[in-house]
Ligand binder design. Structure first.
Ligand SMILES: [Zn+2]
Length: 238
C-alpha cells in the first residue's frame, strides 16, 4: 500500500507534465535503453550525468523499521545542460569528509574504544597472556575496527548524494513501486522528443495496463488465500 502512495506522490509531483511524458517501465533500471538525446532540452546527447537519488523504504520483514537506499542511473545529457548542472549542483563532502560528518561515526568511535581497551588488556598486557591469546585478540580488534569503518562508511554515502538540480529533474525517476511483483518504476521526462524516443526504445518493457491488471488479480488471489488460510486455522483450532 505504501508503494501505491509512492506512485501517487510521484505522479502528483509531476502533474505539470503531459501523460505521455510520464513513462512507466518494468524490469531493472540497469537495463533501461537510453536514447541519445538530452531529456532537458532535446538536443543530441554527447555526455552523461550520474544521477543518484535516495529512497526510504519500510522494512518488509515486520516492525516499523525503515531503511534507505541509493539508486543510481547514468543518464545522457547534452554538453551545455551538463555544464549548467555542474554550476547548479550543491557541493558534496568528500569520502573522508562525509565519514566524519555522519552520526554513524559513533559506531566507529564505540568500536575503536572497545578495540583500545582489548588491546590494552591483551596486546600490551603482562607475560601471562599467551601468544595464541594475543593473536586471537588481535583478530577481534581488527574485526571490530573493520565493522566500525564499514557501518560508518555505509551511512556516510547518503551525505554524498546531492539533491536533483533543475537539469537532472528533467529525467526524474521514482522508487520501485512493484513489490512483490518485481520492478516497476516511473520516469518523468521534461522534453517531449526524449520522452517519445525513450518510450519507443523501451517498448517491450512498458508497464502496461494488462500487466497492472494481472498484478491486481494476483494480489487479490493472494489476499483471498491468506483469509481462507487464517479462517481454516481458526476453524481447526484445538
Ligand atoms: Zn540539453
Amino acid at each position: 500500500m505504501a508503494q501505491n502512495l509512492t506512485r501517487r506522490r510521484f505522479i502528483e509531483d509531476h502533474r505539470d507534465l503531459p501523460p505521455g511524458q510520464l513513462v512507466a517501465l518494468i524490469g531493472s533500471h540497469r537495463r533501461v535503453a537510453w536514447p541519445q538525446l538530452c531529456p532537458a532540452c532535446g538536443a543530441l546527447a554527447t555526455t552523461h550525468i550520474d544521477v543518484a537519488k535516495i529512497f526510504g523504504r519500510r522494512s518488509r520483514y515486520g516492525g516499523y523499521s525503515y531503511y534507505r537506499l541509493i539508486v543510481r542511473m547514468r543518464i545522457p545529457f547534452c554538453r551545455s545542460c551538463a555544464d549548467r548542472h555542474e554550476q547548479l549542483v550543491k557541493p558534496m563532502p568528500s569520502v573522508i569528509g562525509s565519514f566524519f560528518r555522519t552520526p554513524a561515526l559513533l559506531s566507529f568511535i564505540g568500536a575503536a574504544a572497545v578495540a583500545a581497551i582489548l588491546s590494552m588488556i591483551f596486546l600490551q598486557g603482562g607475560e601471562d597472556v599467551s601468544p595464541g591469546m594475543r593473536l586471537y585478540a588481535l583478530g577481534g580488534i581488527l574485526l571490530l575496527v573493520g565493522m566500525g569503518i564499514f557501518i560508518t562508511a555505509r551511512e556516510a554515502r547518503f551525505l554524498r548524494v546531492p539533491p536533483l538540480t533543475e537539469i537532472t529533474r528533467a529525467c526524474d525517476f521514482s522508487d520501485n513501486v512493484g513489490f512483490p511483483f518485481g520492478w516497476r518504476r516511473l520516469y518523468a521526462i521534461r522534453n517531449a522528443a526524449f520522452a517519445d524516443a525513450f518510450t519507443r526504445a523501451n517498448h517491450d518493457r512498458r508497464w502496461t495496463d494488462a500487466i497492472r491488471k494481472r498484478d491486481d488479480v494476483i494480489s487479490t488471489i493472494a489476499f483471498v488465500v491468506l483469509i481462507v488460510a487464517a479462517l481454516t486455522a481458526w476453524l481447526l483450532r484445538g
